[in-house]
Design a protein around this ligand. Structure first.
Ligand code: NGO
Length: 544
């Protein structure tokens, strides 16, 4: 079945949008760059280097290619290439109004081919000239990422779902591109508020635009258990029956979850499921009295405090529970990783925490998965091959940073999600109507302007597997809310994960970012008009 890419759900963000898109007025610019009109000139094609994430290498030159009524999307014989071709056709057909057949015959046009080259798993080359555009990659993921680049080289109106006038020009030249890091993640907390399969798919489509390749789902917390576990059915039916603020909550059936995994894979994202333990477990403890040390189930919880719940480390039933959950979740997970949380176990004595992690990590391995934990896992003994996800901030103590760095020197890979940079749930400034501020305000420049390779003192650059942007949802209830917090910061974190350090430049980035806005508008994505960016006038996509 063909899937459409992100399309407008205008209703969900309109209200919020009108409320929030006023901040640009009277804004003072804090960036160093001189103001320049960032939208693509109506007369010429989008410059080849105006892409996010910044490609590794761009050589502009030669004639542009023009997509016309006669353009074909040419694929080689493989099923995987055809799938990417169909995806591209689904993006281009509504706005161009052209047929754009996907075919393995003919000449010219938009050509997708698998071939040898220095592309790795995810890289690609895009060449554009008078007779056509050719995207070459070693693997389908590379073709898919090349297609995302091609989208950004077309006018923003290409993202609309009704026929637009064009012309549909792609600037001439060559882009050669491979990612800096293999881990370019986004986390969605579906526990504090529940998000439907449709809402998750919508976010997946937005992540794919920026070449994000991991979707980490935070599936359990104090406020809700969101995945059906057959051997412990009350986790979902009771533990999933509410959320922050007391709403109805919800959970994914196994069929729902498989659909999310399938859809993510169709966008070349791997789903990383997280069951947070031993803390953040009130929903499980409320569902089964036997999991509690005192045998008494606490009530369901709909507030936003953290650190008050713990699995009972001394009871055998705890490990039966963990094993059943890990077994069922591993069976639903084609990817390699299973995230076991481990953050803020303030109600678990330290020795118990260490004991718990010593018993639980081998269970994950037994079911063929690799452990990921929040960086507190480095306070226990991370299993061989485990990854730690760092979520500290500038103010984190030197001792805590050193504990993580020492683990990294010892072979534990790191995913960087510094809360005062990468947390998409932090308010932009004091007036942001959504989000939290415990890690401070995180404006767009702060979010973008750091180097993952040199971020954590004492951690070898080789230990850094990449970056991830978490989106916690204590205050976020629908797609409009998610988008307002993710845009425009998400593309910046995606760029830190993909682009070579040498391309890092705020003054240039903020201009590229500004030219994304008409695309978001065309896609119905409501975003925060940060005063740090010189946004084009709203409605810019109509100029086509
Ligand atoms: C912390 C905490 C979460 C909160 C989040 C809010 C981690 C890893 N644990 O991050 O429970 O939801 O902050 O920003």
């Amino acid at each position: 079945m063909r899937e459409r890419s992100v399309r407008p759900h205008r209703r969900t963000f309109r209200l919020l949008g009108s409320l929030l898109l006023v901040t640009a007025v009277g804004a003072s610019l804090t960036g160093a760059a001189p103001a320049r009109e960032p939208s693509s000139p109506a007369s010429g094609p989008v410059p080849l280097d105006r892409v996010i994430p910044a490609p590794a290498s761009v050589q502009p030159g030669g004639s542009p290619y023009r997509i016309t009524r006669g353009t074909q999307i040419r694929v080689d014989g493989s099923r995987e290439t055809r799938t990417v071709g169909e995806y591209l056709a689904d993006v281009l057909r509504p706005s161009t109004g052209y047929r754009l057949p996907v075919t393995d015959h003919g000449r010219g046009g938009i050509r997708l081919r698998l071939g040898k080259g220095p592309f790795g798993e995810e890289g690609y080359r895009l060449h554009s000239g008078r007779s056509g555009v050719t995207i070459t990659a070693a693997r389908p993921a590379g073709l898919f990422h090349g297609v995302q680049t091609l989208r950004q080289l077309l006018p923003a109106a290409v993202e609309k779902d009704t026929v637009q006038p064009g012309p549909w020009l792609v600037a001439g030249g060559t882009i050669e591109d491979t990612p800096r890091y293999g881990w370019r993640g986004a986390m969605l907390d579906v526990s504090r508020h529940f998000f439907s399969v449709g809402e998750v798919k919508r976010y997946i489509d937005q992540l794919a635009l920026y070449k994000v390749n991991k979707l980490h789902l935070h599936l359990s917390d104090d406020q809700g258990w969101r995945i059906a576990i057959d051997s412990w059915p009350r986790l979902a039916t009771y533990g999933g029956s509410t959320e922050v603020g007391g709403g109805p909550g919800g959970y994914y059936t196994k069929a729902d979850y498989k659909e999310i995994v399938r859809y993510a894979a169709s966008r070349h994202l791997e789903v990383v499921p997280e069951i947070d333990m031993p803390g953040h477990t009130n929903a499980a403890l409320a569902s089964y009295a036997g999991l509690n040390c005192d045998g008494v189930a606490p009530p369901l919880y709909t507030g936003t405090e953290v650190g008050f719940s713990s699995l009972c480390v001394g009871k055998e039933i705890t490990y039966d529970f963990v094993e059943d959950v890990v077994r069922e979740l591993a069976a639903l997970t084609p990817g390699r990783y299973l995230h076991i949380g481990g953050d803020e176990a303030h109600s678990t004595p330290h020795e118990d925490y260490v004991k718990f992690m010593d018993r639980v990590q081998p269970i994950v391995a037994e079911y063929g998965k690799t452990v990921i934990g929040w960086h507190q896992l480095t306070g226990a003994t991370p299993a061989k091959g485990a990854l730690a996800q760092y979520w500290g901030l500038d103010g984190t103590s030197a001792a805590e940073k050193e504990q993580v760095a020492a683990a990294a020197r010892n072979g534990t890979g790191l995913i960087l999600s510094p809360a005062d940079r990468a947390y998409l749930d932090m308010k932009y400034d004091k007036d942001t109507p959504l989000g939290l501020s415990w890690a401070g305000y995180v404006e767009v420049q702060r979010s973008y302007d750091w180097d993952p390779g040199a971020y954590l003192p004492g951690a070898p650059a080789s230990a850094i597997r990449g970056v991830e942007a978490p989106l916690w949802t204590e205050t976020l209830e629908n797609s409009g809310h998610l988008e307002f917090m993710a845009f425009p910061r998400l593309p910046g974190i995606a760029e830190l994960g993909w682009s070579p350090a040498a391309t890092h430049d705020w003054a240039d980035y903020r201009q590229r970012l500004a030219s994304q806005a008409p695309r978001w508008e065309a896609l119905g994505i409501g975003y925060y008009r940060s005063p740090q960016v010189l946004w084009p006038a709203e409605g810019g996509a109509d100029a086509g």
